[in-house]
Design a protein around this ligand. Structure first.
Ligand SMILES: [Cu+2]
Length: 159
């Protein structure tokens, strides 16, 4: 039952320190993390954020997980024969000194097998794993996200 299941994976705001959505692991800063609000019954959604590697060592995001999603994949959009398609990738590179945006039409965290519908205003726990073994956990707010115009023609809509 959807409503009963929700507290298992959506965090209680009362139990959280008031740190905001940003998180930091050593040299990596996360800003603007959010999960796309989707219509009830949707099987998938996506998470977006801006990652800045302020250190001197190249990093890569190699894994993501969330209690909301039975499966989470790293995705990118690529142009194939003039058509934008989503592709699973093994890693999202985070070069030293650079800022990488996970945004509609580009890199994103694809969330499958949703345990419930993420509703605007809620927060969703996301755990990111880097190639150096470090992990960070975010509490990403659920927000409405405009799909990229090119997504509208295919079944990749909204990712
Ligand atoms: Cu995707």
């Amino acid at each position: 039952m959807r409503l009963a299941a929700r507290p298992l994976f959506l965090l209680s705001l009362l139990s959280l320190p008031l740190l905001g959505a940003a998180a930091e692991v050593d040299s990596l800063a996360v800003e603007g993390d959010h999960v796309r609000a989707v219509p009830p019954g949707s099987a998938t959604t996506a998470a977006f954020m801006t990652l800045t590697n302020a250190g001197e060592t190249d990093l890569a995001l190699v894994e993501g997980a969330s209690p909301l999603a039975g499966r989470l994949e790293l995705h990118n959009h690529v142009m194939v024969d003039g058509v934008m398609q989503m592709r699973r990738v093994e890693a999202i590179p985070l070069p030293a000194g650079e800022t990488v945006r996970l945004a509609p039409g580009g890199w994103h965290l694809m969330m499958f097998e949703l345990a419930a519908t993420p509703v605007e205003g809620e927060r969703v726990e996301l755990t990111l794993t880097l190639d150096n073994g470090e992990t960070m956990t975010l509490e990403a707010p659920v927000q409405r996200v405009q799909p990229m115009a090119m997504d509208m023609s295919g079944d990749d809509q909204g990712h």
